[in-house]
Design a protein around this ligand. Structure first.
Ligand SMILES: NC(=O)c1ccc[n+]([C@@H]2O[C@H](COP(=O)([O-])OP(=O)(O)OC[C@H]3O[C@@H](n4cnc5c(N)ncnc54)[C@H](OP(=O)(O)O)[C@@H]3O)[C@@H](O)[C@H]2O)c1
Length: 285
């Protein structure tokens, strides 16, 4: 079991939700905490809050837009200029886009891929050589249960998180024995700003989620850090979410289609395809 004592941690997407909670819980153990996202006021308030509770550690914040290459470079240039070497990287910043893909705005999809895929890959590439040289490091990549089994109405998001899972699994095998570990966390639904931001009309619109699958942020982060310390490759926080995600993963998509049609806003086209399918007596495909 690894310890975080004396380490420097970088948390992306720390201005809200899961990222803020990672920062709070890490601050109880690390000696230096670096937090980043775009909203400087939130980062400043969080670093003040953490510094007040943990005066023994050093907290620094840096505002950067990780969905563009310039933002990613500015962050890494700052780390280099300040000689800040990262021992723990929490690749948490991420966003969604909820709705039919054919109705999506491509610039939104592009930013999503830039943030969820490119930024995570870029930061991992940036810190990994330092970690391997020092023979110590922990990377936590935040995936999702829909990265394991894709969900209609979240096509690009599911695809981006599938990348996180595949990339992380391959990289973990590459770095085995180097002293650096990589853990993918696949959370289920969380009460954060995520759904509001993923919605295309500034609402809390989201897929139906059974109440037992919502896991409190504190628990998600606590279990995630324990999984990373134990060197686990993959972890789904929350017992019921773990079971539900496993069942979802093992069930062939064919059997899930009727359920998706009941709980997801994909009815319009399916209403007409339903008529056709009844007429043809063929299974929906
Ligand atoms: N909520 C869920 O149900 C759920 C489920 C599974 C996985 N996840 C994953 O968990 C992670 C955290 O999400 P969350 O639920 O905590 O959502 P959240 O509250 O919306 O937090 C997202 C964080 O990412 C940052 N961010 C967004 N766009 C950015 C950009 N262009 N550049 C830099 N930072 C950016 C946001 O800060 P700024 O806006 O200040 O930049 C914010 O701090 C994401 O990877 C998400 O995919 C969430």
């Amino acid at each position: 079991m690894k310890s975080f004592r004396g380490m420097t941690a970088l948390v992306t997407g720390a201005s809200s939700g899961l990222g803020s909670e990672f920062a709070r819980q890490l601050s109880l153990e690390v000696s230096q905490l670096l937090i980043t996202s775009r909203r400087a006021d939130r980062l400043q308030a969080l670093s003040k809050e953490i510094q007040a509770k943990s005066p023994q550690i050093k907290v620094c914040w840096f505002s950067a837009d990780l969905s563009c290459q310039k933002g990613r470079e500015i962050l890494c240039d700052w780390l280099t200029a300040e000689r800040l070497e990262i021992d723990i990287l929490i690749n948490n910043a991420g966003c969604g886009d909820y709705g039919l893909f054919e109705e999506s705005q491509f610039d939104r999809i592009q930013s999503l891929l830039e943030l969820n895929v490119i930024s995570l890959t870029y930061l991992t590439r940036f810190v990994l050589p330092q970690m391997i040289r020092k023979k110590r490091g922990i990377i936590i990549n935040i995936g999702s249960i829909v990265g394991r089994k894709p969900l209609p109405t979240c096509a690009a998001y599911s695809g981006s998180k599938s990348y996180v899972h595949a990339f992380s699994e391959a990289l973990r095998l590459e770095i085995e024995g180097s002293g650096v570990t990589l853990t993918v966390i696949a959370p289920g639904p969380l009460h954060t700003e995520f759904f509001y931001r993923a919605s295309r009309n500034d609402s809390e619109e989201k897929p139906f989620v059974p109440p037992f699958m919502w896991v409190p942020l504190e628990k998600v982060v606590h279990e995630s850090l324990a999984a990373a310390k134990a060197g686990k490759a993959f972890y789904v926080p929350g017992f019921y979410t773990r079971i539900a995600s496993l069942l979802h993963y093992l069930t062939p998509s064919f059997f899930l289609k009727p359920i998706y049609r009941m709980i997801l806003p994909i009815h319009s086209r399916n209403d007409s395809s339903k008529k056709n399918s009844l007429r043809c007596s063929l299974p929906l495909q």
